[in-house]
Ligand binder design. Sequence first.
Ligand code: NAD
Length: 494
Amino acid sequence: METKQNYIGGKWTAALSGKTRGVVNPATGETLALAADSSRVDARKAVGAARESFYGAGEWRRMNAQKRADVVWGIAEAVEARKGELALLDTRNSGKPLREAEGDVDDAVHCFKYYAGLITKPYGGAYDVNDNFGPMHAYAVHEPVGVCAQIAPWNYPLLMAAWKLAPALAAGNSVVFKPSSLTPLSTVALFEIFDKNGLPAGAANLVLGSGGEAGAELAENRGVDMITFTGSTGVGRSVAVAAAGNLKKIGLELGGKSPNVVFADADFEGAVEWAMVGIFFNQGEVCSAGSRLLIEESLRDRFVKRLAERANALSLGNPEHNPDMGPLVSKAHMERVLRYIETGKKEGATLVCGGSRYTEGECAKGFFVRPTIFDNCAPGMTVVREEIFGPVLTVQTFKTEAEAVALANDTDYGLAGAVFTSDGARALRVIKEIRAGITWINCYNPTFNEAPWGGYKMSGFGRELGIHGLEEYQEIKQVNTNLQPGAIGWYKEP
Ligand code: NAD
């Protein structure tokens, strides 16, 4: 069976220990490939290669922006050319339906193109300053941060890699990237593309392996100038603590428990379908998932009935055959989601549909969970408070706008939220009050490379995508020039 390797300093290399781990297809339980199981030593080696690239003789950060942009654009085109293969890799490895994986490849292509374009439009500032020391001129330039470590989750393997690597590389940084150990396959293919499309050795390095070893080393390593992490809030906290050792610049994209607020005047069928997109897209393994449905009490019975009817009609199957939902990413994760469902039942929520593993037909050996809806949920319930990261929706009701807002904000998280209403002013009032970084009106989940993405509160800090996403990977340098060189007479002559 093929073994996927690390990519360090422009060379494909095995983990120093020789250890590997299996990469599993969650739809079938079969092992797809083996992948290097890197230790701290491998991660250190990758950081060394990135430092040599950035602080040594490496050409990447010294290349002018247009040349770097040409390379990044070339990467986008190569990704596009391998769309079918990359989509199939993510589908087989993460369980997402093929049409969703194809959409991820399109978004990844656009992400590389967007940052290739953006980096050729630098902006800074030139300042008209006057000073006691004589005439001065000041300007500011953006520079790359240095060596960036990037740690990604498993739910959008290729897309999360693009969101991180495109801006960091376009800005001229050298990077060490670690995908989730569950889903490394499309990232390995992406690095094959880097290798063949003019990215100089050491500019981008790949370390495969577990978070506890390779990931923890990247967070701690003092040779790393910046770390960006996308994953759970618990691990994000440990990354932040480890990063404090050398006060690395840090970006955290963490979990969520996002409210989807539906008023009785909303377009009924539209709100039902978007609510489904909000919680069942990618099997609910979406950080911004609309996992808490908050519905105006007068609409509740009709809405929940229709939602359950449509959820029950969703097809589950091998994601290569484009069902509505594929399996969850792993057996362990499926078991975790099923435990949450049991907790919901014990805590008194009313199970409206789903609530169990699905093993019919081609799903017999996979890690499938039926789309699940809990009605009559109360604010203190575990299923309302904790991120489940699966196809599990909780329903709570409200009578007034103020009550809706209070329920929406009754969470430690602040990643996303949505409101459905035909009253435009109300939509804007509610969105203004929701403490979250990503919000939608009359839709749920659309995401754009041009617009900043990130959370409030315990959903993290920093932004990916858009101009803000590029600036995260940049420092700003102020350059002050004396326009009248010569003695200034500040100190007395001896
Ligand atoms: P996770 O926190 O378990 O793992 C994320 C990554 O961190 C993996 O690569 C893992 O190997 C690594 N890791 C684990 N322990 C580590 C440690 N001690 N030090 C350094 N790295 C370590 O998350 P996951 O299960 O892969 O992904 C699901 C989580 O990701 C959910 O909470 C979800 O909300 C979040 N997520 C957030 C966003 C966002 O944009 N805010 C996007 C996608 C996923």
